[in-house]
Design a protein around this ligand. Structure first.
Ligand SMILES: C[S@@+](CC[C@H](N)C(=O)[O-])C[C@H]1O[C@@H](n2cnc3c(N)ncnc32)[C@H](O)[C@@H]1O
Length: 225
């Protein structure tokens, strides 16, 4: 099984968690809303990378009369539920780092939320997301002042946070990026960025994380063309 297939299966353990989470404006984190509130404009096209059950289509619908939402996700189960919940939106099940389903397309707003710290090819994901961004890319990282940690044997994330005990043995990497490297990667990946901002807060790591680090900066980055 490839790393991407492993990760896609891992997310299968927490599909039901998204039945009731991350689907309304009230469930958007303060660090995300800080930027998102000013980016929601009628008529926009939105690409949501790692859309789970398409919760942000619901967030858009609460705030906008007119928008086009496209969600992509590596989990077939998430995408099946997303299509049922949001029949007016467009969804694609994709392979990790295979975005051929949306080849050549750009979107006014691209969201990459809650995934970069949980997969190995996160740098590539940022670069691909930027290539599909016509206007603004919003994404989050977990950062600290120490060296970047991305070895799953050192820092991992248990997939039992949705209540499925079988997920306890299934691990994703819990990637914590050195803050200076985070800035360098984002700047390098977002070629031609005209405005780059970030906003976040320092807080204890997720309860599902097994990592030598106690606290991380959960940082939302906003890159604009
Ligand atoms: C923690 S959930 C985040 C859902 C949503 N973006 C949010 O912020 O609420 C992560 C989702 O991203 C998907 N995912 C993880 N890595 C991915 C990748 N490299 N490309 C696309 N989807 C990915 C998972 O299958 C899962 O549905």
């Amino acid at each position: 099984m490839s790393g991407g297939e492993h990760n896609a299966r891992a997310w299968g353990h927490v599909v039901d968690f998204f039945d009731h989470e991350r689907a309304t404006s009230a469930q958007v984190y303060a660090s995300e809303w800080f930027f998102l509130k000013d980016l929601l404009k009628d008529g926009i096209s939105v690409l949501d990378v790692g859309c789970a059950q398409g919760g942000f289509a619901g967030v858009m619908a609460e705030n906008l009369k007119d928008f086009r939402y496209t969600g992509i996700d590596i989990s077939a189960e998430m995408i099946a539920k997303a299509k049922t919940r949001h029949p007016q939106a467009e969804f694609h099940h994709v392979g990790e780092s295979d975005w051929s389903a949306i080849a050549g397309r750009q979107f006014d707003l691209v969201l990459v939320l809650g995934i970069l710290h949980l997969h190995e090819s996160w740098r590539d994901t940022i670069a691909q997301a930027w290539a599909h961004t016509a206007g603004t890319l919003l994404m989050d990282l977990r950062e600290h002042e120490g060296p970047t940690i991305e070895d799953k044997a050192v820092s991992s994330f248990r997939m039992d946070f949705g209540g499925d005990e079988a997920g306890a043995a299934v691990r994703l990497p819990y990637v914590i990026v050195n803050a200076a490297e985070a800035l360098a990667v984002v700047r390098r990946s977002c070629d031609g960025v005209s405005r780059l901002s970030h906003y976040g807060y320092y807080h204890p790591v997720s309860g599902a994380a097994e990592t030598p680090v106690d606290k991380v900066m959960a940082n939302v980055w906003c890159a604009q063309r």
